[in-house]
Design a protein around this ligand. Structure first.
Ligand code: HAM
Length: 420
């Protein structure tokens, strides 16, 4: 590819979403938002870019996302802005900015939109990817944890994705809990540092928990014997986790306890989880989430617990087995034979659309055969044929594209017939 061609194609790590796949994509996103709405999550939109500080303070400077992957730029007013790499910190920023936390709690919101991370692209890993998500802010009741996990699990199943749910508790940021555990972990890592891969050795100081996510065989061996957070939770976090697990069992959500699951964003406290699919390669996480009881304070707000999930649509589309409805919502295709019928076909398609009946028509001046082919391609159930005879008598011919049966009727009966 020449330099010119490269610059005129989609940037590395981004993709165009084209028909017909775009129908399936849209229906999965809609399914997610409907599932969330049925559990009381209202739509929220936040900007695609934020002040860089929202992510530095919210997600954490020691994380890979903030340290290495953000699309950060200075705008013409020399402000540092960042294309959002995730949706949770922006939602919390919006809640605090608009004082939603002074109103009724919990605040339950849902979003859908593109996120941006400059990662090395591969199957299932893109630089622009699409998340749907929910956040429940204002309650640390274990029922909220169970609710977001159950809603997420139900969405995957409705979308036809077989998942495995991995659950852990990583405690809260206190010397009595996670900080105490991290001390133990660092001692263990230092005692075994000669057996760790060099890049993991360097991480001990900055982000020791991340060594659990290492892909290096040497490190993995060391981590198999490392102390796990689940054995070192403070009594209140242990009790909270027990309650969450009990509620998941009550509503029949199956999961695997994964004591090494630590997640890559710094705001997490207590319950943390991920859904994986066996259908994908190394990028097998189709979604994740967790509790973030300290995020509000990191962003300068009051203590305000929260928890949420974010399924990744790109990976869901790759992993999906069963198909949800994905046809175009066109039910009638209007076929015009001859010049006189052309204008009428446009008027008729408009009339059907206004009556709430999906309609499409030939816009290329094709012959009968070409139009019938396009009618099948459109996904329509019916073709309405307008020829000279029909034009003269104010009638239309309705053809069932499934059975091939045809009937002629007065044009004004068309809507009722299609509806029946
Ligand atoms: P996350 O685990 O970073 O969590 O991302 C959630 C999901 O987004 C992943 O499981 C994956 O499916 C998808 N994803 C992430 N990065 C990429 C990528 N480069 N390409 C394709 N898909 C990707 C969060 O973002 C948290 N905000 C989730 C959350 C909500 N926690 C609490 N509330």
């Amino acid at each position: 590819m020449s330099q010119d061609q490269r610059e005129l194609s989609a940037p590395k790590g981004t993709r165009d979403l084209l028909p017909p796949e775009s129908w399936a994509w849209q229906s999965v996103v809609r399914l997610a938002m409907d599932t969330f709405a049925e559990a009381g999550y209202a739509p929220i939109e936040t900007p695609i870019f934020e002040h860089t500080e929202v992510f530095e303070r919210g997600v954490g400077e020691a994380t890979e996302v903030v340290g290495k992957q953000m699309y950060t730029f200075l705008d013409r007013g020399e402000r540092s802005l960042t294309l959002r790499p995730e949706g949770t910190a922006p939602v919390m920023r919006a809640v605090l900015e608009h004082n939603l936390h002074r109103g009724p709690l919990p605040i339950k919101v849902a979003y859908a939109g593109p996120m941006f991370r400059q990662e090395r692209p591969q199957k299932g890993r893109y630089r622009q990817f699409f998340q749907v998500g929910i956040e429940a802010i204002g309650s640390d009741d274990p029922r909220v944890d169970a609710e977001v996990i159950e809603v997420g699990t139900r969405f995957y199943s409705a979308a036809g994705v077989e998942t495995k749910l991995l659950v852990n508790s990583i405690g809260h940021q206190d010397p009595s809990c996670r900080q105490g555990y991290i001390k133990l972990l660092v001692e263990y890592l230092e005692a075994n540092s000669s057996s760790l891969a060099p890049e993991d050795r360097e991480r001990i100081g900055a982000n020791p928990l991340r060594t659990f996510d290492s892909k290096e065989a040497k490190t993995k061996e060391v981590m198999a014997g490392a102390p796990v957070i689940t054995d070192h939770l403070c009594p209140s976090c242990a009790e909270h986790f027990e309650a969450v697990r009990g509620l998941l069992a009550d509503v029949g959500v199956g999961y695997e306890l994964q004591p090494s699951l630590v997640r890559g964003l710094d705001y997490y406290t207590r319950t943390a989880f991920e859904w994986t699919s066996t259908n994908l390669g190394s990028q097998d996480a189709v979604g994740g989430g967790g509790r973030y009881d300290g995020l509000s304070e990191s962003l300068g707000g009051p203590p305000l617990p929260g928890i949420g999930i974010a399924p990744g649509i790109d990976r869901i589309m790759l992993a999906r087995q069963a198909r949800v409805s994905e046809a175009a919502p066109v039910r009638v295709y209007v076929v015009a034979l001859g010049d006189a019928a052309k204008g009428e076909s446009f008027r008729l398609a408009t009339r059907l659309r206004a009556a709430g009946i999906g309609a499409d028509l030939d816009l290329m001046g094709r012959g009968m055969k070409g139009q019938m082919k396009d009618a099948s391609r459109s996904g329509a159930r019916w073709a309405v044929i307008l020829g000279d005879d029909e034009m003269a008598s104010g009638q239309v011919t309705l053809k069932d594209l499934g059975t091939g049966e045809q009937e002629t009727m007065p044009s004004d009966q068309l809507e009722a017939r299609v509806r029946s």
